[in-house]
Design a protein around this ligand. Structure first.
Ligand code: MGD
Ligand code: MGD
Ligand code: SF4
Ligand code: MO
Length: 747
């Protein structure tokens, strides 16, 4: 058997983190029991501002402390438009990110001994900085600093971006683009001349009709949106949900359209057909603001609800009724753009169809529709400029994915593989706050890339899956123990929020701002990090805008003045959109000039083989991807995922509730771990559903092997031609009732 150069480290002799060593107050937090401690007076307790990092909605809140200095609770900041003073269960449970005793404790170095499994050895921070600096410099000198890539997610990523800029690499990417909202951003950009960003500029609270295509608000707990959806429902707004699964949102909906997976573009075209043929579109708005109506009208002529019925399995009357509901509410209607949209590889085109439908109903720039996004920015800190890179991720495969406006993770991965044909190759990775084996599809490819690079350094708070592959592991402090950049968001009113440490770093973890600076100094790049403590950078920016760190520590959140000529809602003004024609492009001249379809088309996707089911996945309200799978407060609420199976299918297989089964996908990949079954009418018979983020593979985590990983089953990756994003829903699974004999299967 060929042994790989970089063995997966399954066991290690260090960092036992015995529970006996845990202090009582921390145990109290872990178990949620406050015992007989005296009640704390809210008004007297010390509180420090922070914004949440349990997901990327980044709600601003207060971290309250007990008289003995421990964390008491985290609650929302009343002045924060992302949370309106209320946190979701995950944000409240963020304390568990701090108290988790499985956390990384010290820097670790991979050591190899002849004939033995690789292990990690604890080293000092000085040694860690030296090793990182030495390996980066070696790779930089030999192949050029551009051959170092940064994979990152979350606010802390900025510190490492700065390190990369200092030595001259712009090869930085986050799965929050090409595995998440990339196609949506570009589809809205080419249609309206504006991308959506986060939080999306949706006026949900005033809408009369909210159409959710996949987006599963309520399980997707993006706080402000869930609150606004609930307000809108209280005001009798109609919700229309299109989902093969009876989601929480579907249960609150006037119409549920249980669509056949992968056929949404057909439904969207049929809706356009009804709205145009029955003249239900906003004529004045379409005439004044849009380009290409006649071409669109011709294009959708034949796409009737009867045509779509054969594709989507939805009854034509249901398709028509839903269209009438939207038109009656227009312009206070939102066809929700979704967020995780990398589904079937024609995602830019599907999101174009969503954008066009919104334009026909006149919802862009209208109350109850989309508000026109403003800009919000901070005074610049005078960071020195680094050397200009000779190439970037765009030059790996020149000309591909012309619409991609942000680093494409999978391109960096391609450039790390042995079969990479490009002259521009990646030789070393830094991974900060992203769990690539869970967030990238096709795990074998990620592993092959890791095997082929010379050096992998992982900055994480937990011994996540990715940590097992690292050469060097750097334990970062959690968001509750560090300063990071000021959160700046446009929202309805532009605003800023501050993060300051509420606690000293636990164990020997360090803030990212210190880690990046530590490595830079060892590389002779100290001048790029001209601060002793990151708070100096924040204070500089705040002073420039007439505030200060002290003031913001008391406020937490501050509203900014709306700059320049932004319009909040359109009211018949003459405005020019940032598109080629200056209009909302129903017919996209930009896509046409790049050789793509200027109007969205339906293409048929692969069908399931007998006894295989569409694998679909989503969120649970109390978890965020894999980042919370080990959080002791949140695993109390849910500690594994289950696979949802329709009763008809379960009966056929003789499968019952809570039975443990294994999944096998269309390419023969078998789940590492078994998963319990949930038999439910809430899923179509041709599909199964599971929550993403479970089935972790690192034995250092208490959550090891709980549930199964959807990512492991995703080996068929459908690339979106326009943006390079990875469509992940073209996969199918079947069931293995008995534990598979893996060795036999391999041969
Ligand atoms: N609790 C919680 N909330 C989160 C997150 C989290 O991790 N936890 N993550 C946040 C992030 S980063 C993102 S990007 C968002 C993602 O959240 P969304 O953007 O809402 O994600 P979707 O992929 O649209 O939603 C998954 C839904 O799509 C349905 N679905 C599957 N296939 C199809 C199909 O072919 N057609 C249709 N119409 N529906 C289909 C599934 O049944 C499921 O209900 O959630 C955010 N909110
Ligand atoms: N199969 C499948 N793949 C998906 C998705 C899916 O639903 N299914 N969703 C996609 C979407 S929408 C997104 S946005 C991406 C998200 O992809 P990721 O960003 O990779 O998601 P997380 O699971 O949050 O990974 C976070 C990692 O960061 C670590 N971490 C948490 N806090 C900190 C911190 O403060 N500092 C550091 N250094 N590390 C920290 C965690 O321990 C974990 O290892 O995944 C995408 N990939
Ligand atoms: S939505 Fe919840 S997890 Fe996400 S930032 Fe807000 S409070 Fe935190
Ligand atoms: Mo995402």
């Amino acid at each position: 058997m060929k042994t790989t150069r970089r063995q997966f480290i399954k066991i290690s002799s260090i960092g036992a983190g015995s529970l006996a060593a845990v202090s009582t107050p921390v145990m109290n937090l872990v178990t949620g029991m406050f015992g007989d401690e005296a009640p704390i007076d809210d008004t007297k307790a010390e509180r420090l501002p922070n914004y949440c990092e349990v997901c990327f909605w980044n709600c601003a809140g207060w971290v309250y402390k007990k008289p003995n200095g421990d964390i008491w609770k985290i609650i929302g900041n009343e002045d924060d438009p992302h949370s309106n003073g209320r946190f979701c269960p995950r944000g409240t449970g963020g304390v568990g990110m701090y108290t988790d005793n499985d956390r990384l404790k010290k820097p670790l170095l991979r050591v190899k001994e002849e004939g033995k499994d690789d292990t990690f050895k604890e080293i000092t921070w000085e040694e860690a900085y030296e090793i990182a600096a030495k390996r980066f410099t070696e790779i930089g000198e030999k192949y050029g600093y551009e051959s170092l890539a940064l994979f990152k997610h979350g606010k802390g990523g900025a510190h490492f971006d700065r390190l990369f800029k200092a030595f001259g690499s712009k090869n930085s990417a986050a799965p929050a683009y090409a595995q998440c909202k990339g196609p949506r951003e570009e589809a809205f950009q080419v249609t309206f001349g504006h991308a959506l960003h986060s939080p999306e500029p949706l006026d949900i609270r005033d809408t009369k009709c909210l159409v959710l295509i996949g987006s599963h608000l309520g399980e997707n707990m993006h706080n402000g949106q869930v609150q606004e959806m609930s307000d809108a429902i209280d005001k009798n707004a109609a919700v229309i949900t299109v989902d093969p699964r009876f989601s929480t949102a579907a249960s609150k909906s006037k119409f549920w359209l249980p669509i056949k997976p992968s056929t949404d573009i057909a439904l969207l075209l049929a809706w356009m057909n009804v709205i145009i043929e029955e003249e239900l579109y906003d004529k004045k708005y379409v005439e004044k603001y849009t380009y290409g109506f006649e071409q669109l009208k011709d294009h959708v002529k034949s796409f009737t609800p009867e045509w779509a019925h054969g594709i989507t399995t939805l009854a034509p009357a249901l398709i028509r009724d839903a269209a009438h509901e939207m038109a009656a509410a227009a312009p206070a209607v939102i066809i929700h753009p979704g967020r995780h949209v990398t589904w079937y590889g024609d995602d830019t085109q599907r999101l174009r169809a969503v954008a066009i439908l919104n334009a026909l109903l006149g919802s862009w720039g209208r109350r109850g529709g989309f508000f026109i996004p403003t800009k919000a920015s901070l005074p610049k800190y005078p960071w020195p400029k680094g050397p200009k890179p000779k190439w970037t991720w765009r030059d790996i495969k020149p000309g591909v994915y012309p619409l991609a406006s942000s680093g494409v993770t999978n391109l960096l991965l391609d450039a790390s593989l042995p079969d990479c044909k490009s002259k521009n190759k990646i030789k070393g990775w830094m991974v900060a706050g992203t769990n690539l084996p869970q967030s990238m599809p096709d795990r074998k490819r990620t592993e092959a890339a890791i095997q082929n690079i010379d050096f992998l350094v992982v900055v994480d708070t937990m011994p996540s899956d990715i940590v097992s592959y690292a050469d060097l592991v750097l334990p970062e402090s959690t968001y509750l123990e560090r300063y990071d950049d000021i959160r700046v968001a446009p929202h309805r009113e532009p605003n800023i929020a501050l993060r300051v440490p509420a606690m000293e770093p636990r164990f020997e973890s360090r803030p990212g701002s210190e880690i990046a600076k530590g490595i830079a100094e060892k590389m002779g790049l100290g001048k790029f990090f001209p601060y002793k403590n990151y708070s100096e950078v924040l204070d500089f920016q705040l002073q420039k805008m007439g505030s200060s760190l002290d003031e913001m520590i008391h406020l937490g959140v501050k509203k900014l003045k709306r700059e320049y000529d932004d319009i909040f809602f359109l009211d018949d003004e003459d405005i020019e959109f940032h598109t080629n024609t200056g209009k909302i492009e129903l017919y996209s001249t930009e896509l046409e000039s790049l050789g793509f379809d200027p109007l969205p088309k339906y293409t048929e996707h692969r069908k399931a083989d007998p006894y295989y089911y569409h694998l679909i996945y989503g969120r649970a309200p109390m978890h965020t991807f894999s980042r919370t799978a080990n959080n002791p407060l949140l695993t109390d609420l849910m500690d594994e995922n289950k696979v949802w199976i329709n009763p008809k299918v379960a009966k056929e297989w003789g499968i019952v509730n809570d039975q443990k089964i294994w999944l096998q996908n269309q390419d023969g990949v078998i789940s590492d771990f078994p998963i319990k079954v949930r038999v439910t009418e809430r899923i179509r018979w041709d599909s199964v559903y599971m929550v993403h983020g479970f089935g972790g593979t690192n034995k250092k985590m208490s959550s090891y092997g709980r549930g199964a990983s959807d990512s492991q089953m995703i080996t068929n990756v459908l690339i979106d031609k326009e943006t390079g994003s990875t469509g992940m829903r073209g996969n199918f699974v079947t069931f293995l009732i008995d534990e598979p004999k893996r060795e036999e299967l391999k041969s």
